[in-house]
Design a protein. Structure first.
Length: 468
């Protein structure tokens, strides 16, 4: 099973953000495991100035703290030096080249640069040593001041690395770009490039997490799901209006990450997003106004696609299979019988038909699809399906592979500050459905975004007004 991104065959463990390769994350090691305790004990009796591996120098400082030093990072910490902590300078060194690639900075400019990061288990100790500035002594997670990073310890090895990379991205932006724009863009980009895999000593930035287990304590998708449950999902414009104090709580990081992911990967908005974010020295909201000015004629469509995107966004989300595009088919009212084709390897697909609230729709379909394809003990297998789906597996209470429908409004009032999750109405081979609201009719087969990569086949669908 493989997924294809920008012409490269890749394994399907997770999805990737445009421009970065995919990988799988190691399950976080427990700091309390016997192996890590032994590592810490052995390390503590090493000679001062000894080398860990070929690229990390370890030194016990006069103040009792440990210093790990690599080409680009000087890490000072009061933590036990287990394998996860010892790897942090290597992680940072590998991130430098990827940041240069992402932001189009000549890697030679970063050849001799070095950052000092303070990783704190006992924050008060750093305050007593005058290593933690007074204005950031109450930081909850991390902070960047010029060439210094201040990091509190985190509950998992993965999230400790994530925090280092997030704050490291802030540092890179400050050092080489002078800024990147308004708060949602700044924090969203740092979240995007903080989300990573570290496997076999190799770092990959900008991935979309494929499971909670592989990305422990990351939590962004959890906050998004809970916001849907609490009916508190913000419109895209709300996120673009974030100010400099919005990110004092955790949830805005999730929305900023999602907004950057949306614009960076949308087939119609990526060019406008890249263009308006190119003058990276502007901390004002000019980036927002430039972006919206380019999209002003279709902003209701943008908001509608944002809602579809969030409804589908989950672990393993694949932008190439599930990024919504309401303009693939010109929009028009449903006035006569229409025929559409629904691909089995795509998420919600626009019919281009705008239906009215209370309009009775008769939808019929036929066709065969493959919704599982693989190989077990060299024996190939396919799960074949038709529009009614198969009951070997259920997704959101409906059979896997069933044809489903939803309606997304495109004339929502700007006064509506929050969005509801789109619900999937069962269609199968045939259904008569009364439209619950005005909007664009969408269709798809019932399957999560993470599972669409191995699908094939299409469903032919006929849509008409029901006269009965």
């Amino acid at each position: 099973m493989v997924s294809k991104v920008i012409g490269i065959e890749l394994p399907p463990q997770g999805s990737l953000v445009e421009g970065f390769l995919e990988g799988s994350e190691l399950i976080a090691k427990r700091r309390s495991s016997p192996r890590n305790l032994l590592f810490s004990l052995l390390f503590s009796v090493c000679l001062l100035g000894s080398a860990i591996g070929q690229d990390i120098r370890a030194t016990r400082l006069d103040n009792g703290l440990m210093q790990l030093e690599s080409v680009h990072l000087r890490l000072i910490t009061d933590m036990p030096i287990d394998e996860a902590v010892e790897s942090l300078p290597r992680v940072f060194d590998q991130a430098i080249e990827q940041w240069c690639s992402w932001f189009d900075v000549d890697v030679d400019r970063a050849e001799a640069v070095k950052v000092t990061a303070y990783l704190m288990l006992d924050r008060s100790r750093f305050v007593q040593l005058n290593l933690l500035p007074e204005d950031v002594s109450s930081l909850r997670h991390g902070y960047q001041i010029e060439d210094q990073l201040f990091l509190t310890d985190q509950p998992s090895d993965y999230y400790r690395r994530h925090l280092l990379l997030h704050e490291g991205t802030h540092w890179f932006i400050w050092k080489y770009l002078g800024g990147i724009g308004p708060p949602w863009l700044d924090e969203g980009t740092c979240e995007l490039l903080g989300t990573h895999v570290w496997e076999g000593g190799k770092l990959t930035l900008g991935v979309i997490p494929d499971s909670r287990v592989r990305f422990p304590y990351w939590g962004r998708l959890k906050w998004i799901r809970e916001s849907f449950d609490q009916q508190n999902v913000p419109r895209l414009q709300t996120i673009l209006n974030y100010n400099t104090i919005t990110h004092r709580t955790d949830e805005p990081y999730a929305w900023s990450w999602a907004a950057v992911l949306f614009f960076k990967n949308h087939p119609r908005y990526k060019a406008a997003f890249d263009k308006t974010t190119h003058p990276r020295t502007d901390y004002s909201n000019r980036v927002d106004s430039n972006l919206k000015r380019q999209l002003v004629d279709s902003w209701p469509i943008v908001e509608a696609e944002w809602r579809i995107f969030l409804t589908e966004l989950d672990y393993g989300f694949s932008p190439s299979h599930s990024m919504p595009d309401l303009k693939t088919t010109p929009l028009k009212p449903l006035e006569q019988k229409e025929t559409r084709t629904v691909r089995s390897d795509r998420g919600w697909q626009s019919t281009g038909l705008v239906v009215q609230i209370g309009q009775r729709l008769r939808i019929t379909s036929h066709g065969k699809t493959v919704i599982r394809a693989g190989e077990t003990n060299k024996n190939k297998y396919d799960w074949n399906s038709e529009p009614q789906g198969i009951t070997l597996e259920f997704v959101n209470g409906q059979p896997l592979g069933r044809l489903v429908a939803t309606i997304v409004p495109i004339t929502a009032s700007a006064a509506e500050k929050t969005l509801a999750k789109l619900s999937a109405h069962p269609i199968g081979r045939s259904a008569v459905w009364t439209a619950p609201e005005e909007g664009v009719l969408l269709l798809k087969i019932n399957e999560p975004s993470s599972e669409l990569f191995d699908n094939s086949g299409e469903i032919t669908v006929t849509i008409e007004q029901d006269a009965s």
